[in-house]
Ligand binder design. Structure first.
Ligand SMILES: [Zn+2]
Length: 425
């Protein structure tokens, strides 16, 4: 009796394993898996629950499977944007955090991250955000708790800035002491406290503004704002909690200081020189140049952005030459757009800019998927399409290897096995 019961249990288990439950098979026209340097034809992806079980051929299809036919599409891993600010508003970002409550910011930011998800960005890293509180962490927690659909979110609550730096408000009189969008930190001990506070309220990255910025009023991206003592403290204190540091740095000297202090990524790196490139290669630091944001303010008449527009005009050619040289020398690149509230498909323009730096379309896509996952230390979970990974899968109608602008027209999005968007299928 016991033996036959055992057999029945075994057979049932076997049948479940063979036919599975919640099995979805995605038929891929063209597959970019994030690993191979070439696309593959005639493949299917078997998804069970929230994970990929197998990538193989059509003989994986079993009776009862739900089929998603993407045979006319190019299928690839969900995109990862390493630099977004869902709570910022490009036209008045330095004061927009004062206009709405943190609750309001959470609603606005939720809409922004959902739009990014629908555009193919299944994972985001927030590079500090424009809220007095921690709305972006609330958005992340609400999504992770299943209250709302949205992308995977990592990142920092705020950018840490010195007094008078890019995270401060520098255009009002001293009688008007308003709360700035950044967290103001002066000296190593204030840095220690700020890092601890950021982590306490949910940041899993620390963001520091090492140099001045393009977009903020009253500061200069050529100036190095933070001292090496402050930077060292930021990295050391964050490391105690296994939290990496992303360093906004335009001026070459600021890049070098951040690399030496142990930052994991350099954001922007606009005025990088060869010495800084060599240091980045030596330390294995990633560069995230965030090119979309500059192309955005190139065309704007917005008064707030005239400073950024002017610097961009003067330095654009030398910046692109620097990035091209950095790539040729072997500096490791990640990919992030610096999303600041523009219409979501805009972030996909980052890929076309990478081609100008000398990346092939395939290299740019692998950077935005497998490489970005590695920077996040999530490479066992996301970034490629292979067995065991989350089923974060997107598709375009045309082939982005032939026309990279396809990356701004993502037609199909699945996150963790759930179909988020299925346009025209
Ligand atoms: Zn930014």
């Amino acid at each position: 009796m016991k033996k036959s019961l055992f057999l029945i249990v075994c057979c049932t288990l076997n049948a479940l394993l063979l036919t599975g439950q919640n099995r979805t098979v995605i038929i891929c026209g063209n597959l970019i898996d994030g690993i191979s340097e070439t696309a593959r034809a005639n493949t299917v992806i078997l998804v069970e629950g929230e994970r990929i079980v197998r990538v193989g051929t059509r003989d994986l299809i079993a009776p009862g499977d739900s089929i998603v036919d993407l045979s006319g599409y190019t299928v690839m891993p969900g995109l990862i944007d390493m630099h977004v600010h869902p709570n910022l508003n490009v036209s008045d970002y330095q004061i927009s955090h004062l206009k709405g409550s943190s609750a309001h910011k959470a609603l606005v930011g939720l809409k922004a991250v959902q739009d990014l998800l629908a555009a193919g960005w299944t994972t985001l890293r927030v590079a500090g955000d424009g809220d007095v509180g921690y709305a972006n962490m609330d958005i992340r927690d609400a999504i992770n708790n299943g209250l709302f659909k949205g992308p995977r979110i990592y990142g920092a609550g705020h950018y840490l800035s010195i007094s008078g730096g890019g995270g401060d408000i520098n255009f009002l009189s001293h009688e008007q002491e308003l709360i700035p969008d950044g967290l103001i930190v002066d000296g190593p001990e204030e840095m220690r406290k700020a890092v601890r506070r950021e982590i306490k309220y949910g940041s899993d990255w620390i963001k520091v503004l090492v140099t001045g910025a393009f977009m903020s009023a009253g500061d200069n991206p050529n100036n190095v704002h933070m001292s090496s003592e402050e930077l060292k403290m930021a990295v050391e204190e964050a490391a105690r909690r296994d939290v990496p540091v992303m360093a906004h740095a335009h001026a070459a000297e600021g890049i070098k200081m951040a690399v030496k202090a142990g930052a994991r990524t350099i954001e922007h790196g606009s005025f990088i020189d060869e010495e800084a490139m060599n240091l980045m290669i030596q330390h294995g630091t990633w560069l995230i140049p965030t090119l979309s944001v500059s192309t955005y303010y190139e065309g704007t008449e917005d008064a707030y952005l005239q400073k950024a527009k002017e610097i961009r005009k003067q330095r654009k050619e030398s910046m692109y030459r620097n990035y091209q040289l950095a790539r040729r020398k072997g500096v490791k690149f990640g990919l992030g757009s610096d999303f600041v509230g523009w219409p979501a498909p805009y972030s996909g323009n980052e890929f076309a800019e990478y081609l100008k730096l000398g990346f092939t379309p395939m290299q740019a896509i692998i950077t935005a998927t497998a490489v970005n996952a590695q920077i996040l230390k999530k490479e066992t979970e996301i970034g490629t399409l292979e067995a065991g990974k989350y089923a974060d899968i997107i598709a375009t109608k045309g082939n982005p290897l032939d026309d990279i602008s396809e990356m701004t027209r993502v037609k199909f999005v699945m996150k963790g096995g759930e179909i988020i968007k299925n346009e025209g299928l």
